[in-house]
Design a protein around this ligand. Sequence first.
Ligand code: NAD
Length: 300
Amino acid sequence: MKANIAFIGLGNMGAPMVANLLQAGHRVQVFDLQAEAMARVSKLGAVPAGSALAAVEQAEVVITMLQTGAQVEAVYMSGQQSLFAAMSVNTLVIDCSTIEASTAKTMADKAVEHGLDFLDAPVSGGVAGAQAGTLTFIVGGSAAQFARAQPVLSLMGSKVLHAGGHGAGQMAKACNNMLLAVQMAGTCEALNMGINNGLDPRVLSEIMQQSSGDNWVLQHYNPVPGVMDKVPAAQSYSGGFKVRLMCKDLDLAMDLGRETRSPVPMGAAAKALFDLHQVAGAEELDFSSLLTLFQKKGYQ
Ligand code: NAD
């Protein structure tokens, strides 16, 4: 059955996710603060709305893909009337942004007051996964809400995983991205040492892929320009997962560690590196540009 879907947040991830919903034949009403982002998805057949409120009014499903918890709160809760109040009872609301578990739980509580189902469903798989429709969704909500969300999420991803109750999706995502940051930092460090010792990064990457150092970064997201096509390193580190967003995710992970007195020394080391890289001017670059922090000369 074709649904009316509202989609808010049309950035690096949101735009290709909308493209997959359109491909499946759904009517998608979209809103973003940036006119350029709106124009890009309108060309694909999405219906531009003048505001978030206008986007959700006729929707059976509402999806948000924003940068931060503050933005998610601004979209759903700011203004005279909360966005939830403008939705029909029983609307399915899915937030795919990576944000604090506490904010996700607050949103779920507010949504219930309006007779709505709200799930946290952050994603893994990057821009390439969003484009290919192969994202992994990491979902927090009740079993019944998870079952309700599964068909629509399956249009944008190949794996839809239930992490637990509200906020559990965000907690699992924070654990995953802390591990990703550690993998990226370690992979950059190893590749840079190999390059400085005269090894060809293509050959070294292949060797480590076939050895015990293999990991997701080596398989899908090599940080050295020229080793892989279609990754941000092949496009001057543009268009992927911004350093600013990785720093935000590491802040979320550090908070979770602190709240439960869980030691996170590797995550803290990765956070220090990404923070340094960010203040050195890399905040809008893809996170694989961390390699340049290790290099004797800057990127170029
Ligand atoms: P992005 O910065 O490319 O896009 C975010 C979009 O949200 C922007 O177009 C912005 O204008 C819009 N926006 C912000 N506030 C808004 C508001 N009030 N109303 C309407 N639109 C608003 O970010 P992204 O890379 O698409 O990431 C989105 C989320 O997904 C983040 O939480 C990120 O951590 C997570 N994520 C990103 C990746 C990746 O590889 N890029 C991978 C997994 C998860």
